[in-house]
Design a protein around this ligand. Structure first.
Ligand code: SF4
Length: 371
């Protein structure tokens, strides 16, 4: 990969030209984290350049109280719970998971699906059951949930509901920028989320907080290219949003998808693991669709529950701690025995560092930088 070699050399030269500066960026997206450590990019970054993992794993940011709600719903007779696979193994209060039949009460009624439309199909095929879909994700997956609701409404599939759990990226970035604890100089913004929302929702970061934003793709050369732009912007005190992933992201995003989501959802306050409650950072169902909210339908309200003892997932998601600095990392907490969700999800930074990282347990012992 000679092209990648050259990009890394350019990045090293550029950082070297600014000996009085450090460059610390938040990679917002869990897929970026995974790509960085999987390809060993963090081992070839020049000194004074550092990437910090952020809150970009949708499963990880869900608070324990949401998992507990799901467990309680799964235990209701007649309910078939449907979910993406990652959520099955996220511990709720008392380390119970949806994969644990005794915890869910009716484990055979929890089914893994690949899309909300799969869940809707189960609803069609099981008219005497109540089908609940755990609607977790960022802006990227919200349109698929809205589409499932659209089809459920059109076909009068009334036994289909969701447990709303979608989170929105710009409000959490605002909260992090506002906190004053986040010692970063700019943001590597998530490519997938940006395909839906476009560039404008990030504009407040350069305008109000003097922090540049570069939307990046996920291949090694795309990540290094985005970092070159971020270093250039910081070195020149130039604050703006740059789209370095134009093959997938347009300035205005996917307006059709945005319209579909806006038909069923509106922003509302939501809890994030490690970051607390954040105004307008979640998607709640609009008043006229409240009957599709499983928490309302079955009267299972959200309750804030403490994180598992000793788990530092909240600090990792808030960019305050590296996964390898958690005392449980690789010891009490491993993928086969996760203490927190960051060790469960394929987008979780603890899982990524464990599998591929230089500070991890070298589960891939023959790991080499692939060039
Ligand atoms: S290593 Fe495990 S216990 Fe530690 S922060 Fe990550 S998920 Fe939580």
């Amino acid at each position: 990969m000679p092209h990648l070699h050259k990009l890394i050399d350019r990045l090293t030269d550029l950082v070297g030209q600014h000996a009085n500066l450090r460059f610390r960026f938040l990679e917002v997206c869990g897929t970026h984290t995974t790509s960085v450590v999987r390809h060993g990019l963090d081992t070839v970054f020049p000194d004074r350049l550092e990437l910090i993992s952020g809150p970009g794993c949708p499963v990880c940011v869900m608070p324990v109280g949401y998992i507990d709600q799901a467990l309680r719903l799964a235990g209701i007779p007649g309910v078939i719970m449907t979910t993406f696979g990652d959520l099955m193994h996220v511990p709720g209060g008392g380390h119970r998971t949806l994969a644990d039949p005794s915890a869910a009460g009716r484990g055979e009624r929890v089914r893994v699906v690949y899309s909300p439309l799969d869940a809707l199909k189960i609803a069609e095929e099981n008219p005497r059951s109540e089908i609940v879909f755990l609607a977790v994700g960022f802006e990227t997956t919200a349109p698929a949930v809205a589409l499932a609701l659209e089809k459920a409404e059109a076909a009068h599939i009334d036994n289909f509901s969701i447990l709303p759990g979608h989170r929105l990226i710009p409000p959490v970035l605002r909260k992090m920028a506002q906190s004053g604890n986040l010692e970063v100089d700019g943001f590597l913004a998530p490519g997938h989320v940006s395909t839906i929302i476009g560039m404008e929702p990030y504009a407040f970061l350069p305008q109000e907080y003097a922090m540049p934003v570069v939307i990046g793709g996920f291949a090694p050369e795309e990540i290094i290219g985005a970092l070159l732009l971020l270093v250039t912007l910081v070195a020149n005190d130039h604050y703006q949003v740059i789209n370095a992933y134009p093959k997938a992201v347009s300035p205005l995003g996917n307006m059709k998808a945005q319209g579909l989501v806006a038909k069923y959802f509106e922003p509302g306050a939501a809890f994030w693991r490690g970051l607390g409650e954040i105004e307008k950072s979640g998607l709640k169902l609009k008043e006229q669709y409240l009957n599709r909210n499983a928490a309302v339908r079955f009267k299972i309200p959200f309750r804030d529950v403490p994180d598992p003892a000793g788990c530092s997932c909240g600090s990792v998601l808030a960019g305050r701690l590296k996964p390898t600095d958690c005392p449980l990392f690789g010891l009490a907490c491993r993928p086969e025995h996760p203490v927190g969700p960051c060790m469960v999800s394929s987008e979780g930074s603890c899982a990524a560092y464990y599998r591929y990282g230089k500070g991890g347990s070298r589960v891939v012992p023959d790991f080499v930088i692939p060039w």
